[in-house]
Design a protein around this ligand. Sequence first.
Ligand SMILES: Cc1cc2nc3c(=O)[nH]c(=O)nc-3n(C[C@H](O)[C@H](O)[C@H](O)COP(=O)(O)OP(=O)(O)OC[C@H]3O[C@@H](n4cnc5c(N)ncnc54)[C@H](O)[C@@H]3O)c2cc1C
Length: 326
Amino acid sequence: MNELPSADVIVIGAGMAGLTAARELGRAGITTLVLDKGRAPGGRMATRTIGSARFDHGAQHFSARSEPFQAHVDELRREGIVGSWYTADSRTRPGLLGEPRLVGVGGMRRIPEHLAVGLDVRTSTTIDRLHRDGVGITVTAAGARVAYGAAVILTPPVPQVLDLLQTSDMVPATDVLDPLSAVGYNSSLAVMATLDAPSGLPEGHLAEPAPDVAWMADNQHKGTSAQPSVTIHSTAGFASANLDADPDRWTQHVADQVAPILEARIISAVGHRWRYAEPRTTFDSGAITIGHAPPIVMAGEVFAGAKVEGAYLSGLAAADSVLELL
Ligand SMILES: Cc1cc2nc3c(=O)[nH]c(=O)nc-3n(C[C@H](O)[C@H](O)[C@H](O)COP(=O)(O)OP(=O)(O)OC[C@H]3O[C@@H](n4cnc5c(N)ncnc54)[C@H](O)[C@@H]3O)c2cc1C
């Protein structure tokens, strides 16, 4: 008799991929326990409140191109969880014109929060080891056993999963390990700046407005914040050069670069570091099985073309894989 919290499937990571997998499994009558190291669900679909301002400081918006994701987004639109921010022609798909840029109503985190309703999601739990335990798997956090399941789905960024597998003496075979080890990620330094007046940004966003800045978005224009505020994302090059530097220095530097563009004064600026912002290479497998008995499945945006939509599709694929194996 196991006294630990247990479920059919332990899902590590409460981002889009993990929550989608857990919901799909729930529909099939499979119980899940979702564990995340963050303080709230969402992962890189993140919204934060600082003083009276709110910021989307991870994913800014998303598109829905595949049939399954479009159907899901339509449902979320009907429920008032997703809305359109603006439309733009696709930069990666020539001919795709006037595509809606979708957002969570009131902030990107609204979407994962909605997905988490009805699921058993436990936050502030950093999983540091997996143990094969009889027919299932026990997971530990801070050295203590925290949960037991018949299968595990792993959704953190690939380098973090590989570290976890290594610590757990579960390193995959070379044909699986080599391509995974080669996955690199662009980093991003996000600066959340509270303003004393509306930003004046045309259309509420601007790409490459300054040498070290890739993107700037007006959270008030987007409907995320009542107080004027902007989120500023550094270029990947600036992020990789400053990732481990003093955050006060790069926060100030990035804020100073955009200050002349704004029609308002920055009254405070807070930095957030995304070490694994976006993968530079992706796979199209949906999810991969790295253990059969007990089942261990890896998922996340990298396995289905990246971005929010890729994370959703990977979550669906992970649920399918586990259902086949259980
Ligand atoms: C700055 C930035 C801008 C972006 N812009 C866009 C955009 O405009 N459009 C778009 O579509 N996408 C964008 N993205 C990418 C998008 O956010 C991601 O592709 C998507 O959210 C990934 O979801 P996921 O579930 O695969 O991973 P994540 O959201 O990263 O979820 C993984 C979860 O695992 C948790 N975790 C990690 N390690 C552990 C552990 N040991 N124990 C427990 N939990 C753990 C993490 O806390 C996290 O919640 C952006 C991302 C960033 C960072």
